[in-house]
Structures are given as structure tokens and as C-alpha cells.
Write a protein that binds this ligand. Structure first.
Ligand SMILES: Cc1cc2nc3c(=O)[nH]c(=O)nc-3n(C[C@H](O)[C@H](O)[C@H](O)COP(=O)(O)OP(=O)(O)OC[C@H]3O[C@@H](n4cnc5c(N)ncnc54)[C@H](O)[C@@H]3O)c2cc1C
Length: 495
């Protein structure tokens, strides 16, 4: 018999997703009315990758009252100003998808129209010459609060969940260590009622949040929700992850380097560099993928490469009956734009908006699912763009260039190819300026630009572009060195 009158929320899994859910729910739901329990298994462990983020994580930190420097010390974090793409588009290209502005608001049309016009006037500076974050990144500089550069973090994934736990538990989250061996439902096909641990304990709940990782213990294991496979658009299906010793310069950006049939991430932390090779097993063997990864490290490997397998796609329903799936239990999109942790954060915000009173309403689940599908599909399109817009010569890349992309992406590509226009629909995650940098970076050259960019004289356009480059150069030169900034404010090992 239930003696506690509170609504019982049971979080299954204590990886990044589980502890973000626990810390956020504990922050917003009154403990008098909600009992939050998190179950995790040390025996199974967590995925232990997922170290690069996007600036929205600072909203999570602010909501949870996290002191930034304490968080950075505890997770050995560094700052991140964007992602450098090397060899994407073609094997010679190198560009930055930097956070924040490119250029500045000018007249009635977005800045890049003046940049495009400048190209027709013989201006040769690349788009990222007008992105303060890109310039600061390449100079290995970082500073705040005066610089106003938008930023995110790189952190040690194995420490992050533990850090969030220190926030969630004091706010009332009950943690249970144990391996779930059975899931019980109401009747044959009803809601999930409880989970059973290997030691015989039964944990009952009203709402279950499945954060059990790729296995999707409740959403798939118990409810057989189904999965939409996106491998035909994003054919990479394996990764090898390996940490290595630090390089001399502490770069404030993630690097993604394209290889023969995939790409390699490089995530600089204070005490090591996280690396991984995401690849397509139909085009490259595991041995060759490992050799490529190990041949492209900054320093000595600190472990053997760890294999991870995945199927890109999403659950048919993210919320099914009284189970909501978050993190890897919800689906998988490769970490090319560091979006997964953010999608946990936004899903939990959405769940709070649709929080059920008692048994979930079908209308709430439907609205939650529709919003989540929209978010996932738009991020998926953005990632496909990186693969599709390429002129590389290897069979894998030719296959990506030849594929038929989703209509939603095809429309964006057509719009940009004509006159450099970019439209952001509803609340899709990546803003115009993000799409712009990747579209241009991958080598797509629009046929025209907005006609109003012709309303200034050639001289005025040249002066505008030159002035902006000067302002950014001055701004960057005034910033401290990234490593020196961290050493001064938040060095790890000093908590
Ligand atoms: C190769 C790779 C690189 C990535 N890089 C990035 C990145 O740079 N940026 C980013 O934002 N995201 C990245 N991600 C995604 C990110 O790692 C995940 O979104 C994030 O770590 C959340 O994982 P999780 O908590 O869902 O799963 P996990 O970390 O796998 O946690 C699952 C939890 O469930 C528990 N569990 C499972 N089964 C049971 C059971 N039977 N009983 C009890 N407990 C159980 C486990 O013990 C564990 O606590 C990456 C993912 C991969 C695969």
C-alpha cells in the first residue's frame, strides 16, 4: 500500500541524462508533492563520453545555481567557442562553426549579404574573419565577463554526472544503487507500475523517466515503442573513443576532422584530450578506424580505444504511456554538433511544461512528442548538411553527396543556393548564423544575395568589411590566453 501521498517520479539510470533530469526536477518540483528516486547500477556504469556542449548549457547551470568555476574545477573543464571543421566539404577546407555573431546588423538585411557582395567586389576575407568567436578560438584566447563572447564547455563526462549528483541529492533526490532485472506493468499492456532490482526490491512509480542509455530498458524493453532508423541519411554506426595526453596549446574549441569514412573529434580538457573516431563500418574496418584514430592524436594514448556501436535515429514516441525517454534511451544523433546533452536539457524543460497531474493525458503526450520530433528532425537535418554538401573523393563521401536528403533540408539548401537566404522555423535549435557558417564552410556558394545589399556603394561595403575586421582583431588581441585564464580562475585539482 502506498503511504507517501506524493507523486512518485522514478528516474531509471544515472548517466548524464539521469542526473540532469534529477537535478532539474528537484530544482523545480516541490519536495512536499513529488518524491524523486533515481536508480543506477555501478555494475553497468555509464557511457562515459559526451564531453562537448553548446552555450545553452549555461542556462541549465544558472537554473541549478551552479557556480561556474566550481563546476569547471570539478569536471576539469575548458571553455568552448565553437567547432572547427577540418577536411569537411573537401579535404582542403577548414572552417569554424563559431558560437555567436558573424558580422553585425547592417541596414535592413543580414550581414552576410554584404559579405557576399564584397566577394563580387574582390574582397577575399573568409566569412569567419567576421566571427569574433572564431578569431578568438584560433588565437587560443578566452576572457570574460567583458568580452561578451558566447561560450560553452568541454568537460570530463565521467565526472559530470557525479557533479550533478552533489546538487540533486541535497535537494531531496533519493538514489538507489542496484541493477533492474524486471519491469512490471499494469496488466499485460498497461502503464509501467514498478521496476524490480536484482536484490528483490521493488520500486513503484507514477511517472518513469527512462535514462537507461542505449538499452532503453523501459521505453523499448518493456513498452516496445519502436525506433525510426535514420542510417540511410547518417550511415556512421560505430565509434572508438580514446583519451590522450594534452597538447601544448589549450584550444578553446572542439575540432572535428573528416576522415575516409567518418570523422574524428578532439575535445581538449584541462588534464587530457578526449578523442573519438565516428565511422561507417560498411566503408572502413574497425582495425583501420583504430589506426586512423591513433595516428591523429596530440599526445600518447592514455587507454586502449573503446568501441561503441549505435544506430542513428529516434524512438517512435519519446513519451509512451507513463514513460518518458531521455538521452541515449530516446535515440541517437552523432555528436558532430555536440547536441545530445542539450537535447536532454530541453526535453526535461518540456516535460516540466507538460508535467502530468496523476496519470498522463494523451493530449499532453502527443504535444510533447510533436515538439520533440520537430527538434530532433531539425538537428538531424543540420548534421546531414555536413555530410551531404561535400566534394570529397572517397566512396563514403560520394555516397553522402548523392543521397536524397529530407525535404525539410532540401528546402533550406534551395533557399540558400538561390540568394543566400536562411529561414529559421519555429524554435529550431540552430539559428540562421549557425546554418550560414556551415553552408558556407561546406562550400555552398549562393548564386545571388539580397538586392538591398546593393544600396551601398562599393566603397562603403569595402569600408564596412575592413572596419569590422579591425574591430574584431582589437577585441581578440585584448583577451587573455585561454590556458592562462583557466589557470587563474578554475584550475582542476583545486576544489
Ligand atoms: C560516441 C559518443 C560521443 C558523444 N559525444 C557527445 C558530445 O560531445 N556532446 C554531447 O552533448 N553528447 C555526446 N554524446 C551523447 C552523450 O554521451 C549522452 O547523451 C549522455 O552521456 C547521456 O547518456 P545517458 O545518460 O542517456 O546514458 P548512459 O551514460 O549510458 O547511462 C545509462 C544509465 O542507466 C543505468 N542502467 C542501465 N541499465 C540499467 C539496469 N538494468 N539497472 C539499473 N541501471 C541501469 C546505467 O548504470 C547508467 O547509470 C555522445 C555519445 C556517444 C555515443
Amino acid at each position: 500500500m502506498q503511504t507517501d501521498p506524493r507523486q512518485r517520479i522514478v528516474i531509471v539510470g544515472g548517466g548524464t541524462a539521469g542526473w540532469i533530469a534529477a537535478a532539474t526536477l528537484a530544482r523545480y518540483l516541490p519536495v512536499q508533492r513529488y518524491a524523486i528516486t533515481l536508480i543506477e547500477s555501478d555494475e553497468i556504469g555509464i557511457i562515459g563520453v559526451g564531453e562537448a556542449t553548446i552555450p545553452q548549457i549555461r542556462l541549465l547551470n544558472a537554473a541549478l545555481g551552479i557556480d561556474e568555476y566550481a563546476f569547471m574545477r570539478a569536471t576539469h573543464a575548458t571553455y568552448k567557442l565553437g567547432i572547427e571543421f577540418v577536411g569537411w566539404g573537401n579535404s582542403q577546407r577548414r572552417y569554424m562553426h563559431a558560437f555567436g555573431a558573424v558580422g553585425r546588423p547592417t541596414g535592413q538585411v543580414p550581414f552576410h549579404n554584404y559579405w557576399l557582395r564584397g566577394q563580387t567586389l574582390g574582397e577575399t576575407a573568409p566569412l569567419d574573419a567576421y566571427a569574433p568567436n572564431a578569431q578568438a578560438g584560433w588565437a587560443n584566447r578566452f576572457g570574460k565577463p567583458d568580452s561578451e563572447l558566447p561560450y560553452a564547455f568541454h568537460f570530463d563526462a565521467s565526472r559530470y554526472a557525479g557533479f550533478l549528483r552533489t546538487i540533486a541529492e541535497p535537494r531531496g533526490v533519493a538514489r538507489i544503487e542496484g541493477r533492474i532485472v524486471a519491469v512490471h506493468r499494469e496488466g499485460e499492456a498497461g502503464d509501467v507500475q514498478s521496476v524490480q532490482l536484482a536484490d528483490g526490491q521493488t520500486i513503484a512509480g507514477d511517472l518513469f523517466i527512462d535514462c537507461s542509455g542505449f538499452r532503453g530498458l523501459l521505453i523499448e524493453g518493456a513498452l516496445a515503442t519502436g525506433y525510426d532508423d535514420w542510417t540511410h541519411w547518417l550511415p556512421c554506426d560505430r565509434a572508438l573513443a580514446v583519451p590522450c595526453a594534452n597538447a601544448p596549446a589549450l584550444t578553446p574549441y572542439t575540432r572535428s576532422t573528416a576522415h575516409e569514412a567518418g570523422w574524428q573529434w578532439r575535445i581538449p580538457l584541462q588534464h587530457r584530450v578526449g578523442n573519438g573516431h565516428v565511422y561507417c563500418s560498411a566503408h572502413v574496418s574497425d582495425e583501420a578506424a583504430a589506426a586512423t584514430l591513433l595516428a591523429n592524436l596530440d599526445g600518447a594514448p592514455l587507454a586502449d580505444p573503446r568501441p561503441i556501436r549505435f544506430t542513428t535515429g529516434r524512438r517512435r514516441k519519446f513519451w509512451n504511456r507513463n514513460v518518458v525517454a531521455l538521452g541515449l534511451a530516446a535515440g541517437f544523433l552523432e555528436p558532430l554538433e555536440s547536441t545530445s546533452i542539450h537535447m536532454v536539457q530541453s526535453a526535461i524543460e518540456r516535460l516540466i511544461r507538460y508535467l502530468p497531474k496523476g496519470r498522463p493525458e494523451a493530449a499532453d503526450c502527443a504535444a510533447y512528442n510533436a515538439e520533440t520530433v520537430f527538434e530532433w528532425e531539425r538537428v538531424r537535418d543540420f548534421i546531414i548538411l555536413h555530410y551531404h554538401a561535400n566534394t570529397r573523393d572517397e566512396p563514403f563521401w560520394r555516397q553522402c553527396a548523392a543521397m536524397t536528403v529530407p525535404d525539410s533540408l532540401a528546402e533550406k539548401l534551395a533557399l540558400f543556393a538561390a540568394n543566400g537566404r536562411i529561414t529559421r522555423f519555429n524554435e529550431e535549435l540552430f539559428a540562421e548564423v549557425g546554418w550560414l557558417q556551415v553552408l558556407v564552410g561546406q562550400g555552398i556558394e549562393p548564386r545571388g544575395y539580397h538586392p538591398l545589399a546593393d544600396s551601398q556603394s562599393p566603397q562603403e561595403v569595402r569600408e564596412l568589411l575592413g572596419l569590422l575586421r579591425q574591430v574584431i582583431a582589437r577585441q581578440v588581441a585584448a583577451l587573455p590566453d585561454h590556458a592562462a585564464f583557466i589557470a587563474q580562475h578554475c584550475p582542476s585539482g583545486t576544489c
